[in-house]
Design a protein around this ligand. Sequence first.
Ligand SMILES: *Cc1c(COP(=O)(O)O)cnc(C)c1O
Length: 371
Amino acid sequence: MKKYSASRPYIGKKEERYVLEVLRSGVLSMGPFVERLEKKFAKKVGRRFACAVSSGTAGLHLALLAAEIGKGDEVITSPFSFIASANAILYVGGKPVFADIDPKTYNIDPKELEKKITKRTKAILPVHIFGQPADMHAIMSIARKHKLVVIEDACEALLAAQNGKNAGTFGSAGVFAFYPNKQMTTGEGGMIVTNDKRLDSLYRSMRNQGRGEDRRWLDHSRLGYNYRMPELSAAVGLAQIEKLDFLIKKRRHVAMLYEKALAPLARYLALPKTAPRMTHTWFVYVVRLLDPRMRREKIMSELSKRGIETRPYLPSIHLFDVYRKLGHKEGELPVSEAVSARTIALPFYSELTKKDVGHIARMLRAIITKK
Ligand SMILES: *Cc1c(COP(=O)(O)O)cnc(C)c1O
């Protein structure tokens, strides 16, 4: 029986060559590969500066610190995201305020967002979920009206765009992540992009124990962290960014294969929808069960028995224990909660073929159409 994992990175000979080059050079940290990756990344995404960090989470943390978000400041964000986006707000002492999502795109709903603004609101942290941008035109106009900082969590949306402008380039900072299931990987890693030189210098200092600009080894001018990206990771990342267009083309192709193969199941499943004027770069392929009587856990375990690994993407952040302890509960964000209870991420990676997708679709069909 062929096994299908939920995700899988696409690693080739070039990654091996660059990693070997790093190992043989003896420069394992703060070397040329990180700099090359940063330059290429900034250019590709369309911002002046890109600062590599050890993870997407670290990137969000630094972006919030540099924006001087702190104790008591409210930051409006999406409950339908990976937990890191809200956790970063807690790291700096801020208060995550969740605004409900759009039931079609699963991105934060700008109307709900505006309702959550108070005197204490300092920033908006929109998340571009599953590879499709949030409505940044609406969000930026709300931010301008209320003078709020915008930090974009673009960790799932590398090269996604609204009207041709890339996710992560609307706000004062955009954060990307390179965990192995993302559009490109460095193993672990992240990137913060900005057009603001002052912010970029702050990120560089804070990722490196607060060292001053001149990089003198024991000059720590502010509180910093060790959020540096290793050269070995950057070597993998450089090889990946050099074939990023190809990687995204492959993802788009697999999404199209799923769309065709699952079309006959339209009575049972809501398939992902790309909103008008959005460029979607497909982080995952998530279907939603339409009939409330369909039992998600059962369907997932039946698929698993057939070698098909799936994920219940995504649980609503506000219902995790850490957030319940802060007073959040069921009923607070009805759309996010309803979507969270019924979504399934199918196996999704660039090497899936038409035959694979056809097989997965047939198995899914057999499970959900049987009484
Ligand atoms: C992957 C991801 C992150 C960051 O993840 P790391 O594992 O820290 O790199 C943040 N937000 C979202 C929405 C993500 O999908």
